[in-house]
Design a protein around this ligand. Structure first.
Ligand code: GLC
Length: 536
């Protein structure tokens, strides 16, 4: 069904496919496993989680040096996950349940095993040489400039055969494509068409900020605030020339143009940037088919004033045709329940699910899944292995989904590729479904309420002044008015609101009765408690 506005109603569920559900018991998740769990995501009733969009981290053919973010064939599925037929089945089963599918799209780099790179590195004069970024060494043999790889060490690797360095923003196994070459752009447009023809609803573009580099290859300037004891070496320079160039926006436009040729599609892109840059990226595409992902809620301190300040500015900085979005967790950052603790994770989730904009739920965050401590010698993630000592390893937030209390949390009958959390017998979907006060039931309540709520879907947002360490805002449209109050402090807070009668939609502890009438003048919030209230 064509619905040009679906992205405005989307609640995006981010699946890390290796860790979601393993159907063939090889210890790694797969597409058939996801299909088996689609009813959990949305079976059309309020028994399921209720999400209506799924974003899959990469499932393309890959040697898995960066667990799928190193692609060796953009037009096929890695056998770990299944094949094109299982992919088509996943899309059609998802669509039957009203779930849109968004694929990860990795245009910045390929695997070093990709035939394009093999051809590129074979000779200086081959037809694919200029598809990647090759430069001569400096006279002393050192790399062409001081650019660094996000995953540690220089962003250049010398290729002995042809005597030149190639550039990689991430691993040496992930050479960067040359986006100044129009053939690269054309090929990537083909990739988008290929998956759009297979009926995907959109893409999440990886590492977009890295796409274009300085044409003169100037050195990045030193970071005056760099503290080597506390900060990873990548922060020793400001990435002025190696990323974030204005030409990136033209490439985004080229993606939007492709999407515009198919009805009903949407693209979001990964960029860890601040508000002014976000606003620029939002404006890149005239056809409103694109939004940069806003990660700021993961980085600003969990304080009422900080949240209010950021959300007020973000919400008001976008023109009405652009749609905000909010993220609390992903496969690259420690889990929200680990960063904030369970109570504050509930508070943050309540805020995200009641703001104006597209919320992103990282698989397992709806249960309050926590990072699993993985000792350095057992670490698989290349980032953690290459840059030890800074807590950068990402295995901890990628552990198997906790379905039930059976062996391996019901994820697989074989040993999972990453260890299962030790608390899985208590914290799993089966037990949380039954517990009316669980985090899962808070997510379900809010997601289902959101779907029917004109104030949450289309209403305005404005924050209001209340006493204490409390963030409060009103979501309103002609048909409905809601008040959200969130106590960010460890002490009880008396809000001193004007006395009015309101009905409880939910509180974060899920122990207030749905529909119960309360007097807002007498509302007292427990530590880290939040409420959603409705004015009839
Ligand atoms: C993005 C992905 C991350 C990956 C990196 C390189 O940041 O989210 O998981 O390692 O790009 O592709």
């Amino acid at each position: 069904m064509i619905d040009k506005n679906w992205s405005r109603k989307a609640v995006v569920y981010h699946i890390y496919p290796l860790s979601f559900n393993d159907s063939n018991n090889d210890g790694m998740g797969d597409l058939e496993g996801i299909i088996q769990k689609l009813d959990y995501l949305n079976d059309g009733s309020e028994n399921s989680l209720g999400v209506n969009t799924v974003w899959l981290s990469p499932i393309y053919r890959s040697p898995m040096a960066d667990f799928g973010y190193d692609i060796s064939d953009y037009y096929d599925i890695d056998p770990i996950f299944g094949d094109l037929a299982s992919f088509d089945k996943l899309v059609s089963e998802a669509h039957k349940r009203g779930i849109r599918m968004i694929m990860d799209f990795v245009p910045n780099h390929t695997s070093n095993q990709h035939p394009w790179f093999l051809e590129s590195r074979a000779s200086r004069t081959g037809s694919k040489r200029d598809w990647y970024i090759w430069r001569d060494p400096k006279p002393d043999g050192s790399p062409p400039n001081n650019w660094l790889s996000v995953f540690g060490g220089p962003a250049w690797t010398l290729d002995d055969k042809t005597g030149q360095y190639y550039h990689h923003s991430f691993l040496p196994e992930q050479p960067d494509l040359n986006w100044r070459n129009p053939e690269v752009k054309e090929e990537m447009q083909k990739v988008l068409h290929f998956w759009l023809h297979r009926k995907v609803d959109g893409f999440r573009t990886d590492a977009v900020y890295h796409l274009v580099k300085d044409g003169q290859f100037r050195d990045d300037p030193p970071n005056p605030d760099y503290d080597p004891g506390k900060m990873e070496p990548y922060s020793s320079v400001l990435h002025k020339y190696s990323q974030g160039r204005s030409e990136t926006l033209d490439n985004l436009k080229s993606f939007c143009e492709v999407l515009g040729l198919h009805p009903d599609k949407f693209i979001i892109s990964e960029a860890y940037i601040d508000l002014p840059e976000l606003a620029k990226m939002y404006r890149a595409c005239d056809n409103n088919l694109h939004a940069p992902i806003n990660f700021n809620l993961m980085t600003i301190p969990l304080m009422a004033g900080e949240f209010r300040n950021f959300i007020d500015k973000f919400d008001s900085s976008l023109p009405p045709e652009k749609w905000p979005n909010y993220v609390l967790g992903n496969h690259d950052r420690p889990r929200v329940a680990t960063r904030l603790g369970q109570d504050r994770a509930r508070l943050a989730a309540m805020i995200m699910l009641t703001l104006r904009g597209m919320p992103f739920v990282y698989y397992g965050d709806e249960l309050g899944m926590e990072n699993v401590d993985i000792p350095e010698e057992k670490m698989l993630d290349p980032w953690g292995k290459r840059v030890p000592g800074f807590g950068l390893g990402r295995d901890g937030e990628r552990t198997p989904m906790q379905w039930d209390g059976s062996k391996n949390a019901g994820f697989s009958r074989s040993k999972p590729w990453l260890p299962t959390a030790s608390n899985y017998k208590v914290r799993n979907i089966e037990t949380e479904m039954k517990d009316p006060r669980s985090m899962l039931n808070l997510f379900r309540r809010l997601i289902h309420y959101r779907k029917k709520s004109p104030a949450l879907l289309e209403g305005s947002y404005h924050s209001i002044d209340v006493a204490g360490e409390v963030f409060a805002y009103v979501r309103q449209c002609p048909a409905e008015k809601l008040l959200v109050v969130a106590n960010f402090s460890a002490t009880e807070q008396n809000l001193s609101l004007r006395s009015e009668t309101a009905q409880v939609i939910c509180n974060t502890f899920m122990d207030a009765e749905y529909g119960k009438e309360v007097d807002t003048g007498k509302l007292v919030l427990r530590p880290y408690e939040g409420y959603v209230l409705s004015f009839a």
